[in-house]
Design a protein around this ligand. Structure first.
Ligand SMILES: Cc1ncc(COP(=O)(O)O)c(C=O)c1O
Length: 407
């Protein structure tokens, strides 16, 4: 089979379409064009990016520069490692539990402690189930669904039922719940409100898969931050970890005599760190494109710039919901509204009308606004590659649709 060689890359349909998908989602066109060139011939070497050796100096430069740009974007302190791995956020549900159980048992020389989870949406709900499957003793310190019958409001920390600090192996939370449109209000989980002994002794782990790089995060207050790339960062395939180096000091096998878990080799954080993310072949293309996205974001004013644009975009859409006199109804409480994934219902959850809205958007080139299959409704994702003008385009469609169907 032979393919005719394309002479140019056609981007015209990209400007017509506004992709508001929840992930994988939009990436900057300039980044994709550069990636396409690099896939074919990386910097005039005559070798495509995915044809290079992952142990070559050329790929090492790609890895180093992605790391260094991410460090500068998030002000990552020196005593934190940046690790590139695979398996997505879902694999981290297992890896976080296993590594933190082992760390806790080896550090204290006793059986692993409890895994505390803040269950604020569908993803943290999956994480706690996986923690339990991995053999952990788990505790939901808060569970919005048990309390309210649905995910939509994050309870204040003073209502959380935390395990005693001396018996606790980690506190896990999801900063932005992509399915349910629930996010910890800025600046993020108020870690300073945790009791002193808990804050100082319990490793805090954050899933930032769907809001990383949209606002600053206090890295030094966490032991581990992880995120899959396919929303604000890059293509699917790479998962990035920011890990406190003290967490990587001991091999988890040291915990086995105390009842710690046996961890598959590629999930052992220490192995990733000791081999500079090259224990085995890394997802080279995804890492490279993520690096280009980091560069692009630096040129666009860094995380501060993204934060400003995110607030503006979210404000535009939420105010359209609030001003619609109940035609549109947000699914989350005002204090827990996600800036990344705006979820709402139409006329109290009229499936037929919601279907019409999805079609109405499609006719205007606005794609992927159908809510997650598990919750229904509408979801518009406003990740970093979505501009303020794009959000205005959505708002215009929402107003027009409301004008036609309210009353
Ligand atoms: C917040 C969050 N965590 C975890 C995941 C799971 O990611 P993956 O599909 O890469 O395993 C997702 C996926 O959308 C997510 O949004």
């Amino acid at each position: 089979m032979s393919f005719p060689p394309p002479t140019t890359l056609d981007t015209s349909n990209r400007s017509r379409i506004l992709n508001l998908g929840a992930g994988p989602s939009s990436l900057p066109t300039s980044v994709l064009l550069q990636s396409a060139q690099d896939l074919l011939d990386y910097k005039g070497t005559g070798i495509g990016l995915c044809e290079l050796s992952h142990r070559s100096g050329t790929f090492k430069q790609i890895l180093d520069s992605a790391e260094s740009d991410l460090r500068s974007l998030l002000s990552i302190p020196e005593d934190y490692a940046v690790l590139f791995t695979q398996g997505g956020g879902t694999e981290q549900f297992s890896a976080t539990a296993l590594n933190l159980l082992a760390y806790d048992a080896a550090r204290h020389g006793r059986a692993p402690g409890t895994l505390d989870y803040a269950v604020t949406g569908s993803w943290s709900s999956k994480a706690i189930k996986e923690g339990e499957r991995m053999g952990g003793r788990v505790k939901a310190v808060t569970d919005s669904k048990k309390r309210d019958g649905k995910f939509g409001r994050i309870a204040p920390i003073e209502e959380w039922e935390l395990s005693p600090a001396s018996e606790c192996a980690m506190l896990y939370y999801c900063d932005n719940e992509t399915v349910d449109g629930v996010e910890f209000p800025s600046p993020g989980l108020p870690i300073h409100q945790l009791p002193d002994d808990y804050r100082k002794n319990v490793p805090i782990v954050a899933d930032c898969s769907s809001n990383i790089l949209s606002r600053p995060i206090d890295v030094a207050a966490h032991s581990l931050i992880f995120f899959g790339a396919q929303k604000n960062v890059g293509p699917p395939g790479v998962t990035i970890l920011i890990a406190r180096k003290s967490l990587l000091a001991r091999h988890p096998d040291e915990s086995i005599p105390f009842g710690g878990p046996r961890i598959p080799t590629t999930l052992v954080y220490k192995n990733l760190a000791d081999n500079s993310s090259l224990y085995n072949t890394p997802p080279m293309f995804s890492i490279h494109v993520s690096g280009l996205v980091f560069r692009h974001l630096i040129e666009q004013g860094g995380v501060k710039g993204a934060e400003q644009r995110s607030s503006e975009k979210a404000q535009l859409v939420y105010s359209t919901i609030d001003e619609s006199k109940g035609f549109y109804e947000g699914t989350t409480s005002a204090t827990s509204r996600s800036r990344m994934n705006v979820t709402f219902r139409i006329k109290g959850g009229d499936d037929g009308l919601e279907g019409k809205f999805v079609e109405f958007c499609k006719e205007r080139g606005i794609e992927q606004v159908k809510g997650h299959r598990s919750v229904g409704g509408i979801r518009a994702s406003l990740y970093n590659a979505i501009s303020v003008d794009d959000a205005k385009r959505l708002v215009e469609a929402m107003r027009e649709f409301c004008g036609q169907h309210s009353g």
